[in-house]
Design a protein around this ligand. Sequence first.
Ligand SMILES: Nc1ncnc2c1ncn2[C@@H]1O[C@H](COP(=O)(O)OP(=O)(O)OP(=O)(O)O)[C@@H](O)[C@H]1O
Ligand SMILES: [Mg+2]
Length: 218
Amino acid sequence: MTPGNILAVATLKGGSGKSTLASCLAVHWRQTGRDPALIDADPQRSLLRLAARQGALGGVPVIEDSGDTVIATARAQSQAHAPVIVDTAGFRAPSTLAALAAADLVVVPVKASPLDVDVMVDTARTLFAARDGRRPRFRCVLTQTTRDSVIARHIRSELMAAGFPLFECEIVNRIAYGEAALYGTTPTIAEPRGAAAREIAALAEEIESVLARKGDPE
Ligand SMILES: Nc1ncnc2c1ncn2[C@@H]1O[C@H](COP(=O)(O)OP(=O)(O)OP(=O)(O)O)[C@@H](O)[C@H]1O
Ligand SMILES: [Mg+2]
């Protein structure tokens, strides 16, 4: 990954797994020899609280900025760290809009529930409308999916029909995510060979390949 890549993790629906995903990706990249930084742009301070626990998110630095100054903060951090991952608030806050404007790629976790997909489709067009002539580049990822259920498959096809690009990889509903968070770590540290660590690695790889095609038209 080239230096200077900024990722934002954003949705309009609370509890979709933004903070979980942001922390898991950051720890994965740190464990594989990169030097990521997290920016906590959510006044709930979920990442700061995780980093204060025993595992300290494997040493990934967490910078707090929930103001619209988050663009400048993300760009400043990207001079020293790559990637910079911004965890946004679960609502349409000015800091969320700023993070979207600063991001090279917005990762949108969509909880695999039939209710969430309606919210997603109804509101995503506004969230991802072009600002200053630039439409943020984004990809959805299904989260908290249940294996052997038709729900994720159904939501995947609805999102595709609505024109929302999706990552192949899905984040399954696994206790490993919550258990690791209790100690301020992620599955990559707590259970490096486990299924959760492997799906995070697969998602990280997909993100890297999208970022590598930076100049491509969407
Ligand atoms: N893949 C998963 N499997 C099981 N539990 C998960 C998974 N992803 C997230 N969770 C749990 O779901 C809850 C919400 O996740 P998280 O805090 O990451 O969402 P969020 O989008 O950041 O929420 P908020 O909008 O409040 O910031 C947490 O308790 C978290 O541990
Ligand atoms: Mg959160």
